[in-house]
Design a protein around this ligand. Structure first.
Ligand code: SF4
Length: 248
């Protein structure tokens, strides 16, 4: 199932009122205590589904659909937020369509305020080549922040081994930026564990993942990497930037 969410619209309404920041912080602390640093991913997903019924969102870049699959096992119909930046590879859009068509989730397309053409007109063509931080802020960071306002928790596919900036990723934590609980069920997984899960469960995978792109973002800012290289070294090559700003 698919829904399209304009940048200016609130996220889909959650069932019932959202709990306060203090209550959510307490829940995050309790979850972190209960699950520790290495609980099985399915246990983390189960905790998330029980703690945030109807108020949990899953963020998915469509590099693979392992996280939506995992969460949908315990929270069928869960909202899967996809940042439709307008710059994705065709393979990524195909993966998004396959997820929407075949999985028990609701894919929510999150759009920036400006189309690519409008951004080109206002900020100059190919802003990503001159100021990727500004481009990511307008096309990813701000739209996601608006979308998350309708939820109490979000789950991400961040894994500790992906980058030096991600080695301390907890399974459950408090996301001060968005004021909600952040859950990373796959934090302890290796790339092999991810692909093994996908094979075992027949989960949709972006074909680029097996074609030299272990980390997949927008097409202009993602390059192939050599075997054995830092998986994220193909992102924003030529810039010091290593994160879009969502997972800081
Ligand atoms: S990854 Fe590149 S194209 Fe995509 S939003 Fe960021 S700077 Fe823009």
């Amino acid at each position: 199932m698919t829904t399209h969410l304009p940048a200016s619209a609130p996220a889909p309404p959650a069932a019932g009122a959202l709990r306060s920041r203090e209550e959510l912080k307490e829940l995050a602390l309790a979850g972190a205590r209960e699950l520790g640093e290495s609980a099985p991913a399915l246990d983390v997903a189960q905790w998330a589904a029980q703690s945030f019924p109807g108020t949990l969102a899953v963020a998915c870049s469509m590099a693979d659909a392992v996280l939506p699959h995992l969460i949908a096992r315990v929270a069928p119909g869960v909202d899967v937020l996809f940042l439709d930046t307008g710059y994705h590879f065709p393979e990524t859009m195909g993966t998004r369509d396959a997820v929407a068509a075949t999985m028990d989730v609701r894919v929510v397309d999150i759009h920036p305020e400006l189309s690519v053409a409008e951004q080109d007109a206002r900020h100059g063509v190919d802003l990503w080549s001159r100021d990727p931080a500004a481009c990511c802020r307008m096309r990813k960071v701000e739209p996601l922040a608006r979308a998350l306002e309708g939820y109490e928790a979000w789950a991400t596919g961040v894994r500790r081994e992906e980058a030096p900036t991600r080695t301390g990723t907890p399974l459950v934590g408090w996301d001060e930026t968005h004021g909600i609980v952040k859950i990373n069920p796959l934090a302890a997984w290796s790339f092999e564990e991810l692909t093994d899960y996908a094979q075992q469960h027949g989960v949709v995978i972006n074909p680029l993942l097996y074609d030299g792109y272990p980390s997949i973002g927008c097409a202009p800012c993602t390059r192939r990497v050599a075997p054995g290289d830092d998986p994220r070294s193909g992102r924003w090559a030529g810039f010091t930037k290593t994160e879009c700003g969502i997972h800081l």
